[in-house]
Design a protein around this ligand. Sequence first.
Ligand SMILES: *Cc1c(COP(=O)(O)O)cnc(C)c1O
Length: 372
Amino acid sequence: MNVPLLDLKAQYHSIRSEILAAIEAICDDQGFVLGPRVVDLEQALAAYVGTAHAVGVASGSDALLLSLMAAGIGPGDEVITVPFTFFATAGAISRLGARPVFVDIRPASFNMDPSRIEERITSLTKAIIPVHLFGQCAEMEAITEIAKRKGVAIIEDACQAIGASQNGVRAGALGDTGCFSFFPSKNLGGFGDGGLITTNDRGLSDLLAMLRVHGSRTRYVHERVGINSRLDALQAAILRVKLKHLGSWTEGRRRNAARYERLFADAKLLERVVLPVTETGNYHVFNQFTIRAQQRDEVRTYLKDKGIGTEVYYPVPMHLQICYRKLGYQKGDFPVSERAAEEVLSLPIYAELAEDQLVYVVETVKAFYSSH
Ligand SMILES: *Cc1c(COP(=O)(O)O)cnc(C)c1O
């Protein structure tokens, strides 16, 4: 049996005619950049997330960059985030000449540990970027309390968490701005790159819309130095079709997560692997189903040989990246992140997986530990 980590073709085949009709309409009218289809998607996603505004941009990375630009962050500023994330979170901070300041994560959720934030806040701190890793919101109540008291902005990295919520509020509506990615492997994935920023602040939304087109409101008049980061109409139209199915795909991911829980428990594997923990109040959307596994690299190779795709998100924490040597961090500075990097393994979780594929994954994990 073959169980790829992700099977985008299976999803595409279920909505093929709808997608092709949307693409054909754009080919016919040749309106490719921004325009009414992007506005339509922005409105639909603002409504979905529960914010007043949404601004379509070229990628999740740019959503982070533009959010930081709109918050006025630049050289000399500090921005707090986690070392256990995709590089884009930290990279956006550095690109503006600001300094990423890391705080460790919680072992159970892999998300920012709010009890570590305050000791890192200085007079230079301008923002906090909590990452809703793997599809579960960070502890936003505690983070927001600190941010409000210290007068710093919150930029949510919700790139893996579209549809996730905390106490009934969706990711992207919990901070000053919410950043989303439509990279194909995300829960709402386009046919290429794309991103979006959500906010309740009208002024911020206007500023973001200006910064994504070189800081211009009126053509050839530039009030600020912005960037070129526009969302394509093709992506917007495809995403608009896919958004209608997002709820059922998310339910499929959650159903598979529940099945894994039962199968791993029945197989008596809970001594060998630690399953994802959903914290109270959180609606987890499982962009990844990430376990901690003993002998992680060996089990990963074993699964690969048996036709099962897995991935390590993420093997190198930010503070140990080559490009961040100059920040002066060392191995041992963030032990929870470092340990996670050594133990995590993401298993296939997409909605289209069949029950027998999940059974096969767990049986194969069991076979590995029985022989090792
Ligand atoms: C995917 C992702 C990003 C970046 O999104 P792109 O669209 O690939 O630029 C940023 N942060 C996290 C946590 C992500 O998973």
